[in-house]
Design a protein around this ligand. Structure first.
Ligand SMILES: [Mn+2]
Length: 253
């Protein structure tokens, strides 16, 4: 057995007019995916609904209809990726913009036809790495503020490194707490999240390294992480390929 090559990306927000990804297959992304054994799409790959800060946003008839239409359009793109990369296994984690029960049901339907698609509602563990979008780990006090991200957004992160803000640190603590309760804190070495659109590379909390692939809306810095998953389940050689804000051109979906 050889190491498995893994890529992780989040928050491409395809379908949002501010997204720099009109298609995820732009600019060699599809080539990178083809060269991988496993790709983790770590939430908010598509913007199916505009501004939900939580997945429990009440689905009115109007936005349920809207959701159906968006799914019809945007999941064609997902099918294209699955067809073009038949030897790559895709883990699709949902976020707060694509994590609603009807969308998750549709993903599960799609997974019956495409064996290289595996949807996840909350989290995924591969070896000693845990993947989750991050929206489920925001403490209520931050959700109740008008804009939970407003102060964080002023900071300018650089990769590698970057010191996470107060809300992000609270998210990490929540994730550590959950892992402790599940008895797996000692088995996890790295955690990958998204959601805040702030890239973070290997920030350590309680012996766990946290990674955030940033975001692809507006001028935000986003990256694709790659690493090697060894036979004995260790995700190593983690590197970040930064995707420059202007690289992908203006979206026009
Ligand atoms: Mn999100």
């Amino acid at each position: 057995m050889e190491n498995k090559k893994v890529a992780i990306i989040s928050d491409t927000h395809i379908g949002s007019e501010r997204s720099r990804f009109r298609y995820i297959a732009l600019n060699d992304t599809i080539g990178l995916f083809k060269s991988m054994d496993t790709v983790v799409l770590n939430g908010d790959t598509f913007t199916l609904l505009g501004k939900p800060s939580t997945r429990s946003a009440i689905l009115t008839e109007a936005n349920r209809e809207h959701l159906q239409k968006r799914m019809d359009t945007l999941f064609i793109e997902l099918e294209r990726i699955l067809r073009e990369c038949p030897n790559t296994h895709f883990h699709y984690l949902v976020g707060n913009h694509d994590g609603f029960p009807p969308a998750y049901d549709r993903l599960q339907e799609l997974a019956k036809h495409y064996k290289n698609l595996e949807p996840h509602y909350e989290q995924l563990i591969l070896g000693d790495a845990l993947f989750t979008h991050g929206d489920l780990n925001i403490p209520p006090k931050y959700l109740s503020t008008r804009n939970a991200f407003s102060t964080d957004r002023k900071r300018n992160f650089s990769l590698p490194g970057g010191v996470p803000g107060e809300m992000e640190q609270a998210m990490y603590q929540d994730i550590c707490q959950n892992m402790k309760q599940a008895g797996r804190l000692n088995n996890i070495s790295s955690v990958f999240i998204g959601h805040t659109h702030m890239p973070v590379f290997g920030y350590e909390v309680e012996g766990v390294r946290f990674y955030n692939s940033g975001g692809f809306e507006g001028e935000r810095v986003g990256c694709i992480f790659t690493g090697n998953l060894t036979d004995d389940g260790h995700l190593k050689d983690i590197v970040a390929k930064i995707i420059e804000p202007k690289m992908l051109g203006a979206p026009s979906l």
